[in-house]
Design a protein around this ligand. Structure first.
Ligand SMILES: Cc1cc2nc3c(=O)[nH]c(=O)nc-3n(C[C@H](O)[C@H](O)[C@H](O)COP(=O)(O)O)c2cc1C
Length: 365
């Protein structure tokens, strides 16, 4: 019997040859913020995934928050990404770009003229980021002015346009893991008293405006959103996540997106402080009943768990991050039940050269 994970699936306008996605993973190998030939090779090696979601990619200089992450807001970056999408398409894969604004998870050294990073409110958080000086406390952010918000929404729209121009099959809006959109969602960071703060409806407004702008530019069938309702990252908390995410998901359901990706569980990271978040009786089944479109689940999926949820019809696809770091031909190995490569060195996860990045072997024969 063929494995359910190997069945093709259509997510919006994107035809996938199987139901295993490579989840987004920052690898910090673009020191000049422009995608490199090594990145094209890295993603080409992983083209056996049904769909690759790239590492988080900043939409603007203002959205930049850490070292060596790529952007998609200059002509040079678009050209660099074009080499990546051509390599993946040439190897029979599909790839979308995760578009990202770090908000307060940033430092003045990354900002124009050393300005303060922006956030929904001037709430700093007990967090650090990587600069050339090491892993240092983030800078005090300033609250975005009401008149500035349309410009940030437009930066997301333009980044989505740039992604399609670079040959991507679509985009994913990074609404997860404590970055700007998540900062607007959660009342631990969003303390605004205008139309973007206070009620659940108001805190979801920025996410939905960004989604509508991106959908207007590239079409719902090429737009995905990632949310992390069951975890907290970068000290970005909410007092009542259940009603917040119920509203966000119900609203996204009306947009007819290519897919919604839900981070179900996180590994506990000493870098970002990721941890599970209080549940309030709200779980994946509630997401399933609130969201009728294609759902992609992420977090701790190995071969058996992936097959179980897909065979049971519990998701359209699953996405897998960490094993993809050291096993480029993950789906090919799942197909035959072959063991994965042993994990690489922790030191090669973020930054560095090709070692621990593009030197993991595929199966022999
Ligand atoms: C090295 C590393 C970098 C990551 N970078 C991103 C990122 O850029 N964007 C994102 O949404 N999630 C990122 N994540 C989270 C993963 O996409 C995923 O949610 C998490 O690792 C759980 O999935 P897994 O158990 O399959 O690894 C990253 C995870 C790791 C390990």
């Amino acid at each position: 019997m063929t494995l359910a994970m190997l069945h093709p699936v259509r997510l919006g306008a994107i035809e996938l040859k199987n139901r295993i996605l490579m989840a987004p993973m920052t690898r910090a190998r673009a020191p000049s913020r422009v995608p490199t030939p090594s990145m094209a090779e890295y993603y080409r090696q992983r083209a056996g995934a049904g769909l690759i979601i790239t590492e988080a990619t900043q939409i603007s200089q203002q959205g930049t928050g850490t070292l060596a992450t790529p952007g998609i807001h200059t002509a040079e970056q678009i050209a660099g990404w074009r080499a990546v999408t051509e390599a993946v398409h040439g190897a029979g894969g599909r790839i979308i770009c995760q578009i990202w604004h770090c908000g307060r998870v940033s430092h003045t050294v990354f900002q124009k003229d050393g300005e303060a990073p922006v956030a929904p409110s001037a709430v700093r958080g007990s967090i650090r980021t990587f600069t050339t000086e090491g892993f240092v406390p983030t800078s005090q952010p300033r609250a975005l002015g009401l008149d500035e918000i349309p410009g940030v929404v437009d930066d997301f729209r333009q980044a989505a346009r740039n992604a399609l121009d670079a040959g991507f099959d679509g985009v994913q809006i990074h609404g997860a893991n404590g970055y700007l959109i998540d900062q607007f969602l959660r009342d631990g960071v969003n303390q605004r008293s205008d139309a973007y703060g206070g009620s659940v409806e108001n805190r979801c407004r920025f996410l939905l405006e960004v989604t509508d702008a991106v959908v207007g530019e590239v079409g719902a069938e090429r737009t995905s959103v990632r949310l992390s309702p069951f975890s907290t990252t970068w000290d970005c908390h909410d007092s009542q996540p259940a009603p917040l995410y119920q509203h966000a998901i119900a609203q996204l359901d009306q947009r007819g997106l290519a897919f919604l990706e839900i981070v179900e569980s996180v590994y506990e990271s000493s870098v970002s402080g990721s941890a599970p978040q209080r549940q309030d009786g709200f779980g994946t089944d509630d997401v399933r009943s609130a969201y009728r479109g294609p759902l992609v689940l992420n977090g701790g999926y190995d071969r058996d768990r992936s097959e179980a949820v897909l065979a049971a019809g519990g998701a359209a696809a699953v996405s897998i991050a960490r094993p993809y770091m050291f096993t480029p031909d993950l789906v090919e190995r799942f197909a035959v039940g072959a063991p994965l490569n042993p994990p690489g060195e922790d030191a090669a996860v973020y930054g560095g050269g090709d070692a621990g990045y593009i030197d993991f072997p595929a199966m022999q024969g």
